[in-house]
Design a protein. Structure first.
Length: 143
């Protein structure tokens, strides 16, 4: 039995989109990363034999949840406008400095502006970024 205690620290993560270091995260899930398609498609024959096909589809969706007041909202809007005006895609990088999780995608773009609500409480801004090909290593935390 292990008596180790590990600590997750958001301040030990680095998230960048193009030249922007992402900060000003909302509470709860602040970054979500998922591939858009499964790695394999499987087919099972009538006698039980299985064939799987590696799809080589590594497009991914990255969701950033930022505070309504975060200055990063301005930076992301500027990147989106530059892309619309000039087809400029940016890299996205994630690195856990207290662990082994890391990822990089060299061609990313904002696929959808966040839903923008105004209320008597601050609301998060959820940015949707698409990655043409994400290389992601999901690791552990050793701090």
């Amino acid at each position: 039995m292990s008596n180790n205690c590990h600590t997750f620290d958001i301040n030990k993560f680095i998230f960048t989109f193009g030249p922007v270091i992402i900060s000003g995260f909302a509470t709860g899930t602040f970054v979500g990363i998922s591939y858009d398609a499964p790695l394999y498609v499987e087919t099972q024959g009538t006698d039980g034999e299985v064939c799987r096909v590696l799809r080589n589809k590594y497009m991914a969706t990255i969701t950033l949840s930022l505070m309504q007041s975060s200055k990063i909202n301005d930076a992301l809007t500027a990147l989106m406008l530059a892309d619309v005006a000039g087809n400029i895609q940016e890299p996205f990088i994630i690195k856990d400095m207290n662990g082994t999780t890391m990822g990089i995608a060299t061609q990313c773009w904002i696929s959808q502006l966040p839903k923008t609500d105004f209320a008597d409480e601050a609301a998060p801004r959820e940015w949707t970024i698409k990655a043409a090909k994400l290389d992601l290593y999901v690791g552990g935390n050793f701090a």
